[in-house]
Design a protein around this ligand. Sequence first.
Ligand SMILES: O=C(O)CCC(=O)C(=O)O
Ligand SMILES: [Fe+2]
Length: 271
Amino acid sequence: MPLGGEGTHGRVDRKEGMYFGPEHPDDHRHTGMPLHGKNQFPDATIPAMRPTILQYIDEIVALGTLVCAAMSISLGLDAHCIRDNYLLPEPVALFRAFKYSPRSESQTNGEVWGIGEHSDFGLLTLLNHNSPGLQILSPKNEWVDVPVLDNAIVCNAGDMLDMITGGRFKSTRHRVVPPPAGTYRISFPFFFDFSWTANMVYLPLDHMGPLSELQEAEAKQRWASGTFKSVSGQWWQYLAKKVQKVFPEMQLPDCEQNAAASSRFCIAVPT
Ligand SMILES: O=C(O)CCC(=O)C(=O)O
Ligand SMILES: [Fe+2]
């Protein structure tokens, strides 16, 4: 995706990047569906890229599974509850590598974003970055810089995780400020998602008691402005619909589950 090839909420982002996933065999049961198939690694020119990225994906999938075990325990559930209910036979995994560029000279502060304000879509985003720029909206409604820490991964809850946990894990709004002139920013967001055919149901959390009035009001506000109108059907129906909104020419079977408009869109860039 070239610089200017993607946007958020109607505005072009100041980023370029590449998307990769696990390498699937030709006879994989979901061959032909979005996010399944072979990667297009530049093996001839950068031979180290394929093994490096595939190893990164393997290790970060293991980390995502571990985070799900920690979340299950923190919700008073069996450690394998999220894995057994939503991740088998395999989570959907999307690795993205982004390079953010400074604003052009004619663009003013606040007019253009690296990525415009949004919340993430599914289960978890696990992000590695080399420099500041990512900001999250705090509970006090203030934009806060996410620090860049050595050997640390930023972990963001997605909209569907927020819904299936009844608002216990909040899907936080975030954005990226373009880097200062003369510099660039690299980030590797990894989308660790429910399995393609996971049944979307609420986690059994009656033992936790209700949210406070304020928590409930905030959760309802997040869900109303998020992507999903309900928790039902299978995960692929939400995901395929999202892909279809970005690539309308794709022919996909019925996937009406995800009714809201997508905040992200694609722009054709002349090469
Ligand atoms: O690159 C970043 O720091 C954030 C990326 C992001 O928010 C996303 O890919 O959804
Ligand atoms: Fe995001």
